[in-house]
Design a protein around this ligand. Structure first.
Ligand code: G4P
Length: 527
């Protein structure tokens, strides 16, 4: 198949949700449709259960699962679909944000009873920044849920995106009857059957006035559906795919993932409307997927589970051209040529060595500690992909060496864990001490545990009171110098030597922003 056709049939996306909304369940059902798995329960949730913060073995086990399920590929309706998994626990949100840089679209799952939740809002923020096309799946309609129009309004208001329902539910909870597919003009009848693996019983109803409708769902619900559909058609414009592709309009589906209900409609529509691999911006130019030469970037690095092999897997997203096994590529940051003898692809539960991969695909590369998140591979051009975010951490501690004999091990461990994007390292300008900043408190425990088990080093944490770290830049050199002098005790540098202001309080930050107008304070930096 020509490169052009391979690209056109690829759909690389992530399912994102607030924990417990049904992300894992929906992913599993999508894989069932794709024939990638055959029994329910094959995809383990990679979420770290609440309250498991001190159970390190659990964390390790979960990490293992998330390697296995990091990318799940399958074929459906002629498309090659790649689902990128994201961690469920919000302390690992940064990992999710980075994964979002490697997808071309997302499906957001929302719990029909709870509506839009905190984590959904944050994730949507990242999608909006990147103009990622979004499809919304409102889940758990088999349970008492909010009213569909209220949910649609809530999504629109809370996620700041226009919506367009493409399916509409008929009641919910104990009286849930099914979903009317506005796209195909057919009715899917709900039968609560957990074993269901393929189609729900579907009736084609072109004319909602036809008496057949009431035969299926009863007169009362038939009348309600007629009114609802009339309202939908009256209130919402026709679905505009271009607006969806620009990230301005989200089609909305309703269903019940655990009952495999409404999932087929979602998937059918997804393969039709979701974008194939999109152009990717670099510091110098935009890379088009159709370009003949291979380019790609590392968006995730995962340490090996086996303590005897301290190697890692780097996940490379192919952006253009054809990736080939045993071919030399330029590792742009080091300027070295590298070739890979056993690059892996991921198909549902299996991992296999591949010879070629195309834009949209994710390739697992064996890494002995040379790669960092954001690293670019090309056929010679010194490109650097942009937009791989590193978010301002919100939790901070001094890290101290607890074993003077293991200084080197500690330094190496910290270095590698930072490359993996587990946390960020800052060096205080005041006293030269090392400060680790994370998005969630759980990471401190993970770091300590991993330093001990993977690097044979031990560390100690000491408290430090910081409200936020933000990167500062200015074209006004004298104001910048003045700021750094005055805030000397609150200044630090990150691992790239960039200036970081460690604000003690939100008040101190606001004051600094007020008094130093020429300085840009940013809360996300790039790798
Ligand atoms: P997550 O990955 O987004 O965190 O959510 P997950 O799929 O693990 O689902 C969270 C819980 O919601 C699970 O129950 C799951 O069975 C349930 N669930 C998912 N979809 C539906 C649905 O359509 N209807 C209903 N009623 N429940 C749904 P759990 O009790 O936490 O786990 P389990 O023991 O059932 O696996």
């Amino acid at each position: 198949m020509a490169l052009h056709d391979e690209i056109a049939r690829r759909r690389t996306f992530a399912v994102i949700a607030h924990p417990d909304a049904g992300k894992t369940t929906l992913t599993e059902k999508l894989l069932l449709f794709g024939g990638a798995i055959h029994v329910a329960g094959a995809v383990k949730s990679n979420k770290i259960k609440k309250g498991a913060t001190s159970d390190f073995m659990e964390i390790e086990r979960q990490r293992g699962i998330s390697v296995a399920t990091a990318v799940m590929g399958f074929e459906y309706a002629g498309c090659k679909i790649n689902i990128l998994d994201t961690p469920g626990h919000e302390d690992f949100a940064e990992d999710t944000y980075r994964t979002l840089t490697a997808v071309d679209s997302v499906i957001i799952v929302i719990d029909g009873a709870k509506g839009v939740e905190a984590q959904t809002r944050k994730l949507m923020e990242v999608c909006r920044m990147r103009k990622t096309p979004v499809i919304v799946f409102i889940n758990k309609l088999d349970r008492p849920s909010k009213e569909p129009f209220d949910l649609l309004d809530e999504v629109e208001k809370e996620l700041h995106i226009r919506v367009r329902p493409l399916a509409f539910p008929i009641s919910n909870g104990p009286t849930f009857k099914g979903v009317y597919n506005l796209y195909e003009k057919s009715l899917s009848l709900f039968t609560s059957d957990e074993k269901q693996t393929a189609d729900a019983s579907t009736v084609e109803i072109r004319d909602l006035q036809a008496p057949a409708l009431a035969e299926h769902i009863g007169a009362k619900f038939a009348e309600q559906l007629r009114q609802d559909v009339e309202l939908v058609e009256g209130v919402y414009d026709a679905f505009d795919r271009e607006a969806y592709l620009r990230g301005e309009l989200a089609p909305v589906f309703f269903g019940s993932a655990v009952n495999n209900f409404g999932v087929r409609e979602l998937l059918e529509c997804f393969v039709r409307i979701a974008p194939a691999p999109r152009p990717a911006p670099t510091e110098t130019r935009t890379v088009e997927p159709q370009e003949g030469k291979m380019t790609g970037f590392v968006f995730k690095i995962h340490a090996n589970m086996d303590p005897n092999h301290r190697d890692r897997i780097a996940f490379l997203k192919i952006c253009s051209g054809t990736f080939e096994r045993n071919k030399n590529y330029l590792h742009v940051r080091s300027g070295k040529q590298m070739k890979f003898s056993s690059p892996t692809a991921f198909m549902a539960e299996k991992k296999s060595v591949i010879d070629t991969a195309y834009p949209g695909d994710i390739v697992g590369l064996h890494d002995t500690g040379n790669f960092k998140i954001g690293d670019t591979f090309t056929e010679g051009e010194p490109l650097k992909f942009t937009g791989i975010p590193s978010f301002a951490p919100e939790q901070f501690r001094y890290i101290e060496n607890a074993d003077p004999m293991k200084f080197k091990q500690l330094a190496k461990g910290i270095d590698q864990l930072m490359d993996e994007g587990v946390a960020q390292l800052f060096t205080s300008s005041l006293n030269g001490r090392k400060i680790i900043g994370t998005v969630g408190a759980l990471q401190f425990e993970v770091i300590q545990y991993r330093l001990e088990h993977e690097y044979n080093a031990s560390c100690r944490w000491e408290p430090i009171s910081i409200y936020k770290a933000c990167w500062i830049e200015s074209d006004n050199a004298s104001q910048l110098a003045d700021f750094k002098k005055r805030k000397h005790t609150n200044m630090a540098v990150d691992k790239h030597g960039r200036d970081v202001f460690l604000a003690d309080t939100s008040y101190a930050l606001a004051l600094a922003q007020e008094n130093f107008k020429d300085i840009r304070f940013s809360f996300a930096s790039e790798f």
